[in-house]
Design a protein around this ligand. Structure first.
Ligand SMILES: Cc1cc2nc3c(=O)[nH]c(=O)nc-3n(C[C@H](O)[C@H](O)[C@H](O)COP(=O)(O)OP(=O)(O)OC[C@H]3O[C@@H](n4cnc5c(N)ncnc54)[C@H](O)[C@@H]3O)c2cc1C
Length: 424
């Protein structure tokens, strides 16, 4: 809290990587910060697939925002949903809170699923972008299993078949983890079910998986998933999704009791209200990550179309980019206020890219010498990096325990259906 003297008000919208990064770097700035999110928790999106596939609990992948920021004296948190931004009156409106004014605004509201108009996707697909999405998918998979256990012959009729749309990191990581669950864990728990008859199919429109990595790594990913029982369909698009099947562009139908969508992002609706033309669904920002005609308004993270000031490259929608951009904006606002140093343009420091394919299998590229790793070394590195990035010591400890247990016993500790509205 401030000592009562009016100070510039910084309003940060979104407690994702970008919003929290900005908040942290303002902890010593002479400002009053209000951080707002529609949830009272921060989500570590890179591990959502582990909630969906019973490796981690939702409480490990989400972390209370108040616990992250409670030590910051100049910051208040409010759980509220943003509905509008008026740049001229410097006011933000909410569905469940009074309008708030600001001197500086940091917008980091992330992105949302893009079904690209695919017929039936809205109704039948399971996206994997938020913690509620991950819990819904987990629930669906376990509910289908329990239903199939009462009718074992239904497995052969497709009752447990899963189609995953999109061969990027979300699709690949989900497919790999699901294959372990289906072909290693569930056969122990459901001895009456012939899990070899349950299929997992990964459909990718392009001609290779993990297109952000090199071709050798894509080939390694394809081989690893195939060995583990996943059918990969490259060069195919899913054109419609029904309750128990998907249709491909060729007209072929695949049984799908569950269709997981990991194929695309689009901007949140607010992005269209900022008076600028969107680029690839994102808000273009200048070198200081602010709007050209409103330098007091910063847009960061997945929402922003950010060009690296040093390399001129358009930066990808990644957690590491969002965090660094948020931190940069926090420092920039501090510099603008104290006027002791000029703000600097944003340059992203690439610490590496990685994706896991499952137990002991991952791919990683480490700059600056472009070291390429696959297999156990990449898997170990992936685990260490993700553990370090999780918010809170309790989440790290819980992830470590669950990973150790899953790794050493081939079991999944978080395999339970809990419905808050169920009768006792
Ligand atoms: C499944 C998955 C796997 C990923 N894996 C990786 C990975 O391995 N490595 C990596 O670097 N990146 C990964 N990413 C990308 C990374 O998670 C994102 O780039 C990053 O989360 C973007 O941060 P952000 O702060 O911009 O947005 P977010 O983290 O999405 O945060 C936005 C926040 O805004 C809040 N919000 C949204 N709308 C409103 C509203 N109207 N009112 C109030 N609050 C609102 C949300 O609740 C959320 O807390 C992954 C993403 C997904 C979905």
């Amino acid at each position: 809290m401030s000592d009562g003297t009016p100070r510039p008000k910084v309003l940060i919208l979104g407690a994702g990587f970008a919003g929290l990064g900005a908040a942290r770097k303002l902890h010593k700035a002479p400002v009053d910060v209000t951080l707002v999110d529609r949830h009272d928790f921060h989500t570590f999106q890179p591990l959502l697939y582990q909630v969906a596939t019973d490796v981690l609990d939702p409480e490990t992948v989400g972390h209370p925002v108040r616990d992250v920021v409670h030590h910051q004296d100049n910051l208040d948190f409010a759980m509220a949903t943003v509905t509008g931004i008026d740049l001229e009156s410097k006011t933000v409106t909410f569905s469940d809170w009074d309008p708030q004014t600001y001197d500086y605004l940091v917008i980091g509201l992330g992105s949302r699923v893009n079904f690209f108009g695919t017929d039936g996707a809205d109704e039948h697909a399971y996206p994997l972008y938020t913690l509620p999405d991950a819990v819904r998918l987990k629930d669906r998979l376990l509910t289908n299993l329990e239903a199939a256990a009462k009718r074992p012959e239904s497995v052969e009729q497709g009752a447990l078949d899963v189609v995953i749309v999109g061969g990027g990191a979300t699709g690949v990581e989900t497919a790999g983890s699901l294959a372990e669950l289906y072909y290693t864990v569930f056969p122990k728990d459901y001895p009456s079910l012939d899990m070899t008859k349950a299929s997992i199919t990964l459909v990718e429109h392009g001609d290779r998986l993990l297109a952000m990595f090199d071709e050798g790594m894509s080939a390694y990913t394809l081989d690893t998933l195939t060995e583990r029982g996943v059918t990969v369909r490259l060069g195919e698009a899913v054109t419609s999704i029904g309750a128990d099947a998907v249709t491909l562009g060729s007209g072929e139908q695949l049984a799908a009791s569950t269709t997981v969508w990991g194929a695309g992002l689009q901007s949140v609706p607010i992005a269209g209200e900022l008076g600028v033309d969107l680029e690839r669904h994102r808000v273009p920002v200048g070198p200081l990550l602010n709007l050209e005609h409103h330098p007091e308004v910063f847009v960061v993270g997945d929402m922003a179309f950010t060009t690296d000031a040093k390399t001129g490259e358009v930066l990808p929608q990644l957690g590491s980019v969002a965090l660094q951009a948020g931190e940069h904006v926090g420092k920039t606002i501090d510099r603008m206020l104290r006027k002791h140093k000029d703000p600097e343009p944003f340059h992203y420091f690439d610490k590496g890219t990685m994706a896991t394919i499952g137990r002991k299998a991952a791919v990683a590229v480490i700059p600056p010498h472009d070291i390429h790793l696959t297999g156990r070394a990449a898997f170990a590195l992936w685990g260490a990096v993700h553990l370090a990035l999780l918010s809170g010591g309790d989440s790290r400890m819980s992830a470590l325990t669950n990973w150790f247990w899953a790794f050493s016993t081939h079991d999944r500790p978080s395999r339970m259906l809990v419905h808050p509205n169920d009768d006792d």
